[in-house]
Design a protein around this ligand. Sequence first.
Ligand code: PRP
Ligand code: MN
Ligand code: MG
Length: 179
Amino acid sequence: MLEQDIKKVLISEKEIQEKTVELGQILATEYAGKNPLLLGILKGSVPFMAELIKRIDIPVQLEFMTVSSYNGTMESSGEVKLLLDVDTPLKGREVVIIEDIIDTGRTLKYLKELLEHRGANVKIVTLLDKPEGRVVEIDADYTGFTIPNEFVVGFGLDYDGYYRNLPYVGVLKEEVYSS
Ligand code: PRP
Ligand code: MN
Ligand code: MG
């Protein structure tokens, strides 16, 4: 059903799974003894976060924030809106932001500055990085895959709110968003 709308698979379910194992081990080593707060950014990070946290074999806590700037469309509005905040004190805390993608960089730049202003030590892990999309300067500390400048959906990434539940990352057929 969903598959009919996909032109090509960019990153398979298996590749994602192997990468999350790898990233999980790196994070477990990096944060051993530090009890980090893993901060998922709703809604796109949900599948990646669910997969990744199983592979981080140290004590961690989870929190979520909701920010949005695409409103389901293909183009960033340029304005990042904070829709749901954490209610935990972050001063002095090791925070790992978990994201599905860095594109223009606006979302993560906004979040990193906000959290650092509250006194957190912030690092970023992202499943996907699209360097060609960047309009502000920001980099992830840990990246799953670097992708070309294409509009991608699946594994958390949406078009008009849909396709987040695809188990892989793919490119939509043109006819889907031209109609
Ligand atoms: C998407 C994506 C990232 C952000 C990346 O979120 O999940 O959070 O955009 O784009 P940027 O680097 O250009 O800021 P979106 O605002 O679509 O909300 P969603 O996660 O609920 O889909
Ligand atoms: Mn998002
Ligand atoms: Mg979105």
